[in-house]
Design a protein around this ligand. Structure first.
Ligand code: PLP
Length: 260
């Protein structure tokens, strides 16, 4: 989110005195092109009217995305609100992190040289991979929304649906799973309100696998449009013979009427 969008959110909670703002910054380390990442905490620091707001703004974070460690189940809450921190501290006893995990992470994250290199290299690779996916999709006649962060593309496959429905979206998802061998998330599973959008991850496979996936997807699109075209042509020829048939019938009616 841009600085001005974040400022708008802060303005909003400034007005609404009992509203809290929770900023999920889980993808903060994946921002691979401009605009760069801005934390809500930077916005608060920049403002000189944030006095009554600090204890209503909270940041949540996890190592799942930036470090690719979802299995570790390690996350954090940053808050200036004592009640929130006390509750989170109590809740954390239900999901304690194992000593081995803590030991490994403290060694990893304590190594400043490693973390700096890791973040830079990760962003470089994500950028490259995202470009590969976008151009692969383009070659298959599929577009996606522009993005500058994260591990996913929001892909527009509306033109591949048989009808503008979520049933058709599920049908397409199944076809892509069984015929192409790719499991991409249908938009409905992310609460998208419009059928035909898919969330496609570009970060969980090798470049060779991604190239193969794009090749298979392209073939699928070509085959689908061939099938659609022949169904359409079939429909047209059926319609043509139906027209002839109706015409024959109506001209016979005409003749019969004239003979009467
Ligand atoms: C925006 C966002 N927040 C939070 C999470 C939760 O991640 P985890 O439970 O692995 O820390 C996810 C995972 O998909 C996410 O996309």
């Amino acid at each position: 989110m841009s600085r001005s969008e974040l400022n708008l959110l802060v303005d909003f909670i400034k007005e609404k005195k009992d509203t809290h703002l929770i900023s999920d910054e889980i993808y903060s380390g994946t921002v691979f092109s401009s605009p760069g990442f801005v934390s809500i905490m930077e916005i608060l620091k920049e403002r000189n009217d944030a006095d009554g707001i600090w204890n209503r703004v909270h940041v949540v974070y996890s190592l799942s995305k930036d470090l690719g460690l979802p299995g570790f189940r390690v996350g954090a809450i940053y808050s200036e609100n004592d009640t929130v921190v006390a509750a989170a501290t109590k809740m954390s006893s239900f999901g304690l992190i194992s000593s081995q995990t803590q030991y490994l992470l403290s060694a990893m994250l304590g190594d400043k040289k490693f973390t700096r290199n890791y973040i830079v290299e990760n962003q470089k690779r994500l950028k490259r991979r995202q470009r590969m996916m976008v151009s692969g999709l383009q070659k298959a006649g599929i577009s996606c929304l522009e993005s500058n962060a994260g591990l996913f593309c929001w892909v527009d496959m509306r033109h591949l649906l048989h009808s503008n429905t979520f049933e058709a979206e599920m049908e397409l998802w199944k076809k892509i799973v069984y015929q192409v061998g790719l499991n991409i998330s249908p938009g409905s599973s992310c609460h998208c309100t419009e059928p035909g959008w898919f969330r496609v991850c570009f970060a969980n496979m090798s470049e060779e696998t991604l190239t193969l996936a794009m090749k298979r997807l392209k073939n699928f699109v070509v085959e689908s449009s061939c099938t659609q075209r022949s169904a359409l042509l079939n429909g047209t020829s059926k319609r043509k013979s139906l027209t002839k048939w109706v015409f024959r019938l109506s001209s016979r009616d005409h003749r019969e009427q004239e003979e009467r």
